[in-house]
Ligand binder design. Structure first.
Ligand code: NAD
Ligand code: WQD
Length: 348
């Protein structure tokens, strides 16, 4: 309290999670500059964000975070407005597990190269508060459930490796210079959309993830859901995950930045609900939310999947006073509103 907060740079700013976080930051009174190469998002997001915030203009630079000049331009833009960037939330990354197995060099280059470039730019401009988009993927096959932050870390694919290496790189950076304040946020399974239905997840091609796939079945773009595995050691035999509403996740970033600023110390927390739901639970909840049938076809297990993965989210509540408020029915209702209003996504 009392000190004026600087501007926040969002990398990957037109992506799924960042776009929701942009609104949450503005709602909390923070100024934002966004940067994105648009490799996996649409510039239409910016128009939607402007209208969702009552016409407030958006400061955005199109470019790749591996390009130092692009990042310098972001810092200069904010400084020119009299509100220098004091914190960065680094969302920009490639995130498709299967693609990472096919193209490991691209994933390491983008995700590790991008992170190094962002940290170097921050040092050039004297900003040392960073929030990093990590993932429950760093827990690999969990030994105990629910998962606490002190669990063993291991990667099971190149994408996961980039998150694990990214986490470790930042631990070394913090050790080297204690002026760094770093938030390691491990997201569980982000789903849902802004309640307006104006922004949401818009995957390119066939969705890899469960809820966007279910959404496309509900809207009639796909005939049925392939359920990957029915013999897991879970109540109904299908995989169990901790789905978290993207707006709760967005608010978690606001809480993390507040913690880093006020407590002047770093933070490693799970962002999940603590509640596990099966594939069948999700399909049934989506049927209720949409009024559409989701036909299920049982298929073999997907390589690399674990039976169950859900967070112990208590540390985030203890440290930052944040917890997820929205339930599975909200996640499905908001996903459905986005999907039915935008059947072709942002470019439709
Ligand atoms: P997303 O693909 O919607 O957003 C990422 C954005 O980064 C995209 O807009 C993309 O165009 C941009 N980008 C990628 N590489 C870039 C680069 N080199 N320079 C500039 N922009 C670049 O994905 P998301 O789901 O919003 O994920 C955001 C972050 O959260 C990622 O780091 C992801 O690994 C992490 N994460 C996501 C999930 C999930 O299930 N969605 C779970 C855990 C962690
Ligand atoms: C959920 C459940 C599938 C699709 C992935 C990444 C992880 C993180 C979040 C970034 C599983 C089942 C899915 C389908 C299905 N991302 N499923 N049919 O695998 O928990 O996590 O996204 O960090 O790193 O691995 O999420 O949504 O792909 O799958 O039966 O068509 O749905 O087997 O049980 P996952 P998901």
């Amino acid at each position: 309290m009392g000190h004026s907060l600087g501007c926040v740079l969002l990398t990957g700013s037109t992506g799924y999670i960042a776009s929701h976080t942009w609104l949450a930051l503005e709602a909390a009174g923070r100024q934002v500059v966004g940067v994105d190469s648009l490799v996996n998002s649409s510039a239409v997001v910016l128009d939607r964000l402007v209208s969702l915030s009552g016409g407030q203009p958006k400061h955005f630079i199109k470019g790749d975070v591996r390009d130092a000049q692009v990042l310098d331009a972001c810092f200069d833009l904010a400084a020119k407005q009299g509100r220098p960037i004091t914190a960065v939330i680094h969302f920009a990354a490639l995130k498709a597990v299967g693609e990472s197995v096919e193209k490991p060099l691209e994933y390491f280059d983008n995700n590790i190269g991008g992170l190094i470039s962002v940290c170097r730019a921050m040092e050039r401009h004297g900003a040392r508060t960073l929030v990093f988009s990590s993932s429950a993927t760093v827990y690999g096959q969990p030994e105990r459930l629910p998962i606490t932050e002190d669990a063993a870390l291991r990667a099971t694919n190149p994408y996961g490796q980039t998150k694990l290496i990214g986490e470790e790189l930042l631990r070394e950076l913090e050790r080297s210079d204690p002026r760094w304040r770093i938030g390691w946020l491990r997201y569980f399974n982000p789903v849902g959309a802004h309640p307006s239905g104006q922004i949401g997840e818009d995957p390119r091609g066939i969705p890899n993830n469960l809820m966007p796939y279910v959404a496309q079945v509900a809207v009639g773009k796909r005939t049925h859901l392939n359920v990957f595995g029915q013999d897991y050691d879970t109540p109904d035999g299908t995989g169990v995950r901790d789905y978290i509403h993207v707006c709760d996740l967005a608010e978690g970033h606001v809480a993390a930045l507040r913690y880093l600023d006020e407590q002047q110390r770093s933070l490693t927390v799970n962002l999940g609900t603590g509640q596990g739901y099966s594939v069948v639970d999700v399909a049934q909840a989506y049927e209720r939310a949409s009024g559409k049938a989701i036909p299920l076809v049982y298929a073999p297990r997907r390589a690399g999947d674990v039976a169950a993965c859900y967070a112990d989210p208590t540390l985030a509540e203890t440290l930052m006073g944040w917890k997820a408020r929205r339930g599975l029915d909200d996640m499905c209702a908001d996903s459905w509103r986005w999907q039915s209003l935008n059947p072709q996504g942002f470019e439709g």
